[in-house]
Design a protein around this ligand. Structure first.
Ligand code: HEM
Length: 451
């Protein structure tokens, strides 16, 4: 698009509702200019891609050490306080080494039943059994942060150890979840300002951010320190990392970042999922039938739950928590017929590709069955899996993908077994960007007990 010198197209972006509506601005540009365009938004010059095949091509040329954008405020924090963060912030050989260790545990084909299902189920059961029947869940967002943090603690410990230590860990888990939630709020506030300037001017936004990150890192480190003695030799993720030769310091660094990475992403994705289910009672009824058809299913089968998984994929397609994926290309490439030079930032527009009629007929409809396969192996509702990439793909895709999928399917299962969810508000929330995609207003649901 043509923009004004220096400002780029910042003014158009402001007209589209500024950063909270960046996904809409980019979507409009794709409609206007096609699946590949280049734009300067403020200081960022990027090539935007919304075509499914071209998105795959970007991952195929991402190189041995794929590089992505990291929020400026976080980089500055690490620089100023000399803090060494986990996987998301690493580069080069260091990244590859730790990535292999974590992928080996969390993404290995056999890891789901052993490592993930039992802890996710235990936490989901506790969550559902503590819901007050017939009452709107107060502050569902904080509940989701607590659940996400609790799940990760359970996976780190293994289900048996977690159940043994549950009451002892309750208070520190609650504090950590609240701290992670606060980091999100402060990061989102700071993301609207240039972080270096905010620091230079000692703005409250920078001070509050530093305070929140400091508290979350301190509590995260204290939690891991508390867990290590209980984990050594155990079957949980932390025990396995230590058994694989990861030092206590490196384990702390990796795990604290997993706790931070798991909070916002899983909490908001699940918030959207519960909202969509509450809005579509027939889907909940079909889910209930799916669950009662397989009451005695083994852990592995229960975690598969095709309709629950379809619902989750729909929530992530319609409301991708990270609607823009990014890569800096390590060498020249051709994307959508255009020459893109090495070093260029490429941004994948998941909001646009996920809502495109080209890939998803009735794209705006929440239709979990579209992800279910018929006996011939084809998706029933024509779903183009490669156009919805909420966890990215390739070597740097989400290392927590299997964990997130398992915990989301199981929380939906445990809630649906006991309750029907009703929406307590008529007014629809809008998707807005606050670092990740969040609802513009709190989601209020009421769990009504099944007879
Ligand atoms: C629905 C939930 C989640 C979504 C949608 C999600 C999405 C993503 C995406 C899109 C990336 C890739 C970023 C890129 O390509 O540059 C990513 C990376 C990552 N995610 Fe997740 N995530 C979720 C849950 C989790 C959980 C539960 C964990 C913790 C176990 C986690 C840990 C990470 C880490 C450590 C990375 C960095 C990987 C690397 O740089 O190699 N995520 N996530």
């Amino acid at each position: 698009p043509r923009g004004l010198p220096l400002l780029g197209t910042t003014l158009d972006l402001l007209a589209a509702g500024a950063a909270p509506r960046l996904h809409r601005y980019v979507d409009r540009r794709h409609c206007e200019l096609g699946p590949v365009f280049r734009d300067s938004i403020g200081p960022v010059d990027a090539v935007f891609v919304a075509d499914a095949n071209e998105m795959r091509r970007v991952f195929s040329v991402e190189g041995r050490y794929p590089a992505h954008i990291v929020p400026e405020s976080w980089l500055l924090y690490n620089e100023v306080y000399g803090y060494k963060r986990g996987l998301f912030f690493m580069d080069g050989e260091e990244w590859l080494r730790f990535r292999r260790v974590l992928s080996g545990q969390l993404l290995r084909a056999g890891s789901v039943p052993e490592l993930l299902v039992a802890p996710c189920r235990a936490v989901a059961e506790n969550f559902a059994s503590e819901l007050a029947a017939g009452q709107v869940v107060p502050d569902l967002e904080s509940h989701m942060y607590l659940w996400a943090t609790d799940v990760l603690v359970a996976v780190l410990l293994g289900e048996r150890q977690y159940s043994a230590m549950r009451s002892e860990l309750r208070a520190p888990t609650e504090q950590l979840a609240a701290a992670v939630h606060r980091v999100f709020g402060e990061s989102a506030r700071l993301s609207l300002l240039p972080a270096r300037l905010a620091r230079l001017l000692r703005l409250p936004a920078w001070r509050d951010f530093v305070d929140a990150v400091g508290a979350a890192l301190t509590q995260g480190n204290a939690m891991v320190t508390q867990l290590i003695p209980a984990c050594e030799g155990g079957a949980g993720l932390l025990g396995r990392l230590l058994a694989a030769g990861v030092s206590h310091d490196d384990a702390r660094r990796l795990v604290v970042d997993l706790l931070l990475a798991a909070g916002d992403t899983t909490a908001y994705s699940t918030l959207w999922l519960l909202y969509l289910l509450a809005k579509h009672p027939p889907v909940q009824e079909e889910l209930h039938r799916e669950l009662t058809r397989a009451p005695a299913a083994g852990a592995e089968e229960a975690a598969r739950l095709p309709l629950a998984r379809g619902a989750m994929r729909e929530a992530l397609r319609l409301f991708p928590v990270a609607p823009f994926l990014s890569r800096y290309l390590p060498e020249d490439a051709t994307i959508g017929g255009y020459h893109v030079p090495a070093g260029q930032l490429v941004v994948l527009s998941l909001y646009t590709s996920g809502r495109s009629e080209q890939y998803f007929p009735q794209a705006d409809r929440f239709w979990p069955q579209r992800w279910m396969r018929d006996p011939g192996g084809a998706y029933r509702g024509v779903a183009a899996s490669h156009a919805s990439l909420p966890f990215a793909m390739g070597a740097r895709s989400c290392v927590g993908q299997k964990l997130a999928e398992t915990q989301m399917a199981l929380i939906v299962a445990e809630i649906t077994k006991r309750f029907r969810l009703e929406l307590a508000d008529e007014e629809e929330p809008e998707m807005v960007m606050r670092l990740v995609s969040v609802p513009s207003k709190p989601i209020r649901v009421r769990p009504v007990p099944r007879q």
